[in-house]
Design a protein around this ligand. Structure first.
Ligand code: NAG
Length: 361
């Protein structure tokens, strides 16, 4: 660990990062892009290939049967988990390719082998997460979720790790929602397995923090999220029309919310933009609000200030009340109908039009 931490201190300067759910500029595929099925047989490995994946993951798929029945909402949980885990497999496969081939921006000097080895285990572990969810879907006679084509807006290691930390944080929030929904629908037989994955993703998150010269332990209570926000965020990395059966996942996709400022650990104004014609109103300042979800706190509602409309783009400022709420780690921003108050993240998603804007402090 020591060597990794010192390279973090020496070379890595990102203290906050930000990703919006806006569609990214699309590039042509590059040779290391994940093409499914992968060389190890994923997403449909045979018995020998599965054994190899389990060795590389340093553990096995759960070998007990899933519960006998599942709710409809519980099935949607499994589909979203599969969609997300397959996306993560694609991301880390590409990242390990870039590291293994030491592409420009991906040569880590003396920490190189340790980081690459760890990420190879991450690929296999994410593969098992995906196979577990897709296996449960098959058990319940639902179609397994198939891989899409992806495009990641990064071309150097630091940006890739910052992106990994951000989407892993979204997963850590969304699996809370998944467990809540399993619990509400009597799908208690699936809660223990998902909880084991929350811890596993938390271990990864700590590693990605150290690689960015951040504390591994972010917050006392991690930020929550809801399924629709994760579903929207994942689609910002898929090439439109390339997901064979994403249409079998009955979740909402929001319009993009762009974060134009770089948030820091201070109270101040942040600048955002969205597409005017998607707002459903032209009275932006009075009919819409900007909401932040952070930790396990009540959603924070802020007014849209200094609204400027230019063509089809609405730009505005909103207060980011960092000091009042210690808004570290992940904050999810959304533009919603009305002024709340919103009792929880579900109520925010119910009213949301644009989002999620993903802020990391
Ligand atoms: C890998 O490198 C290529 C070429 O620079 C880049 O386009 C791609 O986004 C990178 N992927 C990751 C996950 O770092």
């Amino acid at each position: 660990m020591r060597s990794v931490f010192s390279i973090a201190v020496a070379g890595l300067s990102l203290t906050s990062s930000l990703v919006s759910a806006a569609p990214v500029a699309k590039r042509d595929g590059f040779p290391g892009g994940a093409v499914f099925p992968l060389a190890d047989g994923f997403p449909t490995p045979n018995t020998d290939q599965l054994n190899t994946i389990q060795k590389q993951a340093f553990g096995t798929l759960p070998n007990g049967p899933p519960p006998a029945t599942i709710s409809t909402d519980g099935l949607t949980n499994l589909k979203l988990i599969a969609l997300n885990e397959v996306f993560e497999v694609a991301f880390f496969t590409e990242l390990v390719y870039n590291l293994t081939n030491k592409l420009p921006g991906y040569d880590l000097d003396y920490a190189h082998d340790f980081v690459t080895d760890t990420l190879k285990a991450v690929i296999a572990q994410e593969e098992l997460h995906a196979l577990n969810a897709n296996g449960a879907l098959a058990h319940f006679n639902a179609a397994p979720i198939q891989p899409c084509k992806y495009n990641f807006p990064v071309s150097k290691f630091q940006d890739a790790i910052s992106l990994a930390a951000t989407f892993t944080d979204v997963v850590l929030g969304t699996l809370q929602d998944v467990n809540q929904i399993f619990a509400k629908n009597g799908d208690d037989g699936l809660v223990r397995g998902v909880s084991s994955v929350i811890g596993q993703e938390g271990e990864q998150e700590g590693f990605y923090h150290v690689l960015q010269n951040k504390r591994p332990n972010t917050l006392p209570f991690l930020t929550t999220s809801v399924r629709d926000f994760a579903f929207t965020a994942i689609q910002s990395f898929t090439i439109p029309g390339s997901c064979p059966n994403i249409n079998t996942i009955p979740l909402k996709t929001f319009q993009p919310l762009n974060i134009l400022s770089t948030p820091t650990a201070t109270t101040g104004q942040l600048k955002f933009s969205f597409q005017a014609s998607k707002a459903g109103t032209t009275d932006y300042a009075n009919k819409l609000s900007l909401v932040y979800i952070n930790q396990q706190n009540l959603p924070v509602v802020e007014k849209l200030q200094d609204v400027v409309v230019s063509g089809d783009v609405v730009t505005f400022d909103a207060l980011f009340p960092y000091d009042q709420f210690e808004m570290n780690g992940l904050t999810i921003a959304a533009v919603v109908n009305g002024a709340g108050p919103f009792a929880n993240a579900d109520a925010v998603a119910q009213a949301a039009v644009f989002g999620p804007g993903l802020i990391e402090i």
